[in-house]
Ligand binder design. Structure first.
Ligand SMILES: [Zn+2]
Length: 153
């Protein structure tokens, strides 16, 4: 459905709805409790609305009470990237898709264990994919020995 090649602005406008475009391409934020996934509890993989890249798993989703889908970790360390956002007179950590650079939301250090992180993501940046919910391609079973240290290689 997507070859991963960069889209032009006109192509993005055609591909995305108005609200999706404003969030993904212009770093807008959807109103709290307005998106389709903030209260979603179905298993699956949350893919990037812009490029289909797997960003978060439903297993890492939790109820933050904020009105936005919240995850304590991305599906893969390379799935998302962060950068410092100094807009609105605040210093926040912006989160975007590492593949298409679409804006997803912000990262806060007040999440639950094991990471203590809260990826606060706009629903319209995401697309829930339930076809891989069986876990065949996503084996989350890692050896217990790797807990603790996080190496960023
Ligand atoms: Zn993307």
């Amino acid at each position: 459905m997507d070859d991963g090649s960069p889209k032009t602005d006109a192509e993005w406008r055609e591909f995305l709805s108005g609200e999706e475009y404003r969030v993904l391409r212009e770093h807008d934020t959807e109103p709290a409790f307005s998106g389709k996934y903030w209260d979603e509890k179905q298993p699956g993989i949350y893919r990037c609305r812009g490029c289909g890249s797997p960003l978060f798993t439903a297993a890492a989703k939790y109820d933050s009470g904020t009105g936005w889908p919240s995850f304590y970790e991305p599906a893969d360390n390379g799935a998302v990237e962060t950068e410092t956002d100094n807009s609105l007179s605040m210093t926040r950590t912006e989160v975007h898709c590492s593949r298409c650079r679409g804006h997803l939301g912000h990262l806060f250090p007040d999440g639950p264990q094991p990471t203590g992180l809260r990826y606060c993501v706009n629903s319209c940046s995401l697309q829930l994919d339930q076809t891989e919910a069986s876990g065949d391609s996503l084996s989350g079973d890692e050896p217990n020995s790797v807990s603790g240290e996080v190496s960023d290689g």
